[in-house]
Design a protein around this ligand. Structure first.
Ligand SMILES: NC(=O)C1=CN([C@@H]2O[C@H](COP(=O)(O)OP(=O)(O)OC[C@H]3O[C@@H](n4cnc5c(N)ncnc54)[C@H](OP(=O)(O)O)[C@@H]3O)[C@@H](O)[C@H]2O)C=CC1
Ligand SMILES: O=CC(=O)O
Length: 362
């Protein structure tokens, strides 16, 4: 897995080995706004903190990891932890989804609490804020299985308030907390090329550096919990708006007699080229939407980003318009399809307007 991190700006400070050894979970005030990961070779073996139990650096063969939420992303991410040689204990609400991982060597637990009790560090990849709160703070949840020296890494896409509520419950039980939402979809998850947007307890960030590297190609430490969640919502708001604009472009091209394949090629050669357009464009032109990133999750991210905009006093009219299209697509029953199925809402709107115009002409 690629683990090398490049600094693109002098204002972005690397986390030094000294910082890694001296940081405590509670020392959030001292953290810079944006930090990239330390070089793996410079990590200290044990992260010592005066106020909390030391967190031991995770390593295959000596660390048991937990993984909760075996959906599209969780399955691929857990596979990479198993491939890297970690012992992994898993739990999923629908236990059938743990079957393939059990066959590959994972142990299956009967509750999130049992996972946290069995593992040194537990990861969770859950659908939304409600699921994240249920799993972490519920009666048989992760916090109930936490104790000093353990850590919880929530990689789900949620809002800052959810992340902060989970962090409080985990810390109250003596554990450390890191939010670590990921940028990158099913393909990057399978290839171990996710981008982790982390925030929270820096000692835990350092302790789980190796498992993060087994699942991803880059990791950012952004400060106190909430910063990772906000970064993820900003990125996904842009992605959701881009996808809607692209769907409108393909629909318009078709209406005026252009080949959608030509549009995809022209876009791909110019300044607005994006891997997402190249990857999703041909399937959108064929109107097929095999789920990599479910549309219901993209709409959840738009909703959470708009709420963040409200809170921050930042108008987001473009994102609001895109969100309306994702809501329309959900109403068309496309929540479980890939988010590129927003194309159907764009086409559906055109069809509805044509029908309305036809009615008016009668
Ligand atoms: N797919 C993608 O490309 C990406 C997704 N994400 C984010 O990752 C998260 C997961 O996405 P993905 O794997 O695609 O989604 P899936 O829908 O495939 O998986 C969702 C997981 O959450 C579990 N879950 C939902 N509600 C609850 C609950 N109340 N209690 C316990 N477990 C629950 C599901 O369990 P069950 O199987 O029982 O339903 C399932 O394991 C989302 O936050 C998404 O926004 C981030 C980057 C990329
Ligand atoms: O959250 C989705 C992604 O592709 O990133």
């Amino acid at each position: 897995m690629a683990t090398q991190i490049h600094c693109s700006s002098v204002s972005q400070r690397r986390v030094s080995a000294t910082a890694a050894t001296s940081a405590c979970p509670s020392s959030v005030a001292a953290r810079p706004q944006l930090r990239r990961a330390a070089q793996p070779g410079r990590r200290a073996a044990v992260m010592v903190c005066a106020q909390a139990a030391p967190l031991v650096e995770a390593a295959p063969g000596k660390t048991t990891l937990g993984f909760i939420g075996i959906g599209i992303m969780g399955l691929a991410m857990t596979r990479n932890l198993l491939k890297a040689g970690y012992q992994v204990v898993v739990w999923n609400r629908n236990p059938d989804k743990c079957g393939p991982l059990a066959a590959e060597g994972a142990k299956v637990a009967s509750s999130p609490r049992e996972v946290a009790a069995a593992a040194n560090y537990t990861f969770a990849m859950l659908s939304d804020p409600e699921a994240a709160l249920d799993v972490a703070n519920g009666p048989d949840g992760v916090a109930a299985g936490m104790s000093a020296g353990k850590g919880y890494v929530d990689v789900s896409t949620v809002d800052a308030a959810t992340s902060q509520a989970v962090a409080a419950a985990v810390r109250a039980a003596g554990g450390a907390f890191l939010e670590a939402p990921v940028s990158g979809s099913k393909g990057p998850a399978e290839q171990g090329k996710l981008i982790f947007l982390t925030a929270g307890d820096q000692a835990l960030f350092n302790a789980v550096a190796a498992p993060l590297d087994a699942m991803g190609k880059a990791k950012f430490f952004l400060g106190a919990e909430g910063a990772g969640a906000n970064m993820k919502l900003v990125v996904n708001m842009v992605m959701g708006s881009m996808m809607t604009a692209f769907a409108e472009g393909l629909a318009l091209a078709d209406k005026v007699g252009l080949r959608q394949a030509d549009v995809i090629e022209v876009v791909g050669l110019g300044a607005i080229a994006a891997p997402m357009f190249a990857l999703k464009g041909p399937a959108m032109a064929a109107r097929t939407y095999a789920p990599a990133f479910p549309l219901k999750h993209q709409q959840k991210d738009m909703r959470l980003a708009l709420a963040l905009g409200d809170e921050a006093g930042q108008p987001l009219p473009l994102a609001a318009a895109a969100n309306a299209q994702y809501i329309a697509a959900r109403r068309q029953g496309l929540g479980d399809a890939d988010f590129s199925a927003v194309m159907e809402a764009v086409l559906g709107q055109a069809a509805a307007e044509a029908a309305e115009a036809h009615k008016g002409a009668k």
